[in-house]
Design a binder for this molecule. Structure first.
Ligand code: ADP
Ligand code: ADP
Length: 220
């Protein structure tokens, strides 16, 4: 699904270069549940953002399902992203002014989907995630665990092939964290969604099938 070839990323710091990622070669196969681990500042988020097409490397090649991502025009790349990728953030990134229902519906507005179909899709996911009773609440009225459920519901409403999650349980207590990891496991096993998460937790990583260790911008 994902092939990264010789990916490097640096920031210019005067005449010096601050290297964040160095010569990363990495493949993620369809159906994998992989965890990126490593110390703070090792480049985990940067790598995830590059996979998610929301950051560009300084150098290297990226092919997503055979499409060469960096040769695509902005619009095609954004279509590829919207069609196939769901991103889950540590701090949820919900829209405060929208209800749970409206937050989850948002990504569907970028697709050609009729309003009756949108209603059915949101209803289905509210039901699956057992948050029907929260649909008219605003994010600030929910616990952290519930907000993350909404964040994940929003990420999967378009049935993406790939979920990228950046410390998805970083702001949650351990019970809420387990619920999120169980949900990822079901999405991976039952729906065949490929998952790549960044995590500091060995326990969270144990839900997946593979650990990618980053150290100083290199795969260790
Ligand atoms: P991790 O997720 O492993 O903590 P990040 O990918 O977030 O690591 O960041 C790696 C390094 O890149 C950090 O040292 C961070 O300070 C640096 N960095 C991130 N963004 C920028 C930027 N815009 N300019 C300069 N340095 C940056
Ligand atoms: P959890 O056990 O998942 O951490 P909380 O104890 O934070 O949940 O919240 C319990 C219930 O209280 C939830 O159903 C949530 O919707 C509700 N709730 C939490 N914070 C607020 C709030 N600020 N206003 C209204 N309801 C809230």
């Amino acid at each position: 699904m994902i092939k990264l070839k010789d990916i490097s990323k640096w920031y210019s710091n005067g005449s010096a270069k601050a290297h964040i990622l160095r010569h990363i070669d990495l493949e993620i196969k369809e159906g994998e549940f992989a965890s990126i681990m490593g110390p703070s500042g090792s480049g985990k988020s940067t790598l995830l953002h590059i996979m998610g097409m929301i950051d560009d490397p300084s150098e290297g090649e990226y092919s997503f399902e055979g499409e060469s991502v960096f040769t695509l025009k902005e619009k095609q790349r954004s279509e590829l992203y919207k069609k196939h990728i769901g991103f889950v953030f540590q701090a949820y990134h919900l829209i405060d002014e929208l209800t749970v229902y409206e937050n989850i519906e948002t990504p569907l507005l970028y697709h050609k989907i009729s309003s009756s179909e949108r209603k059915a899709m949101v209803a289905d996911i509210l039901d699956r995630f057992q948050i029907v009773g929260k649909k008219d609440l605003f994010p600030e009225q929910l616990s952290g665990g519930q907000q993350q459920l909404v964040g994940i519901a929003r990420a999967v409403i378009t049935k993406p092939k790939l979920i990228l999650a950046d410390e998805p349980t970083g702001n949650l207590n351990s019970k809420q964290g387990e619920e999120i990891m169980d949900l990822f496991t079901r999405l991976n096993k039952e729906d065949g969604v490929t998952i790549v998460q960044v995590t500091h937790s060995e326990k969270n990583a144990s839900y997946g099938s593979r650990i990618i260790n980053l150290l100083d911008g290199k795969i260790a």
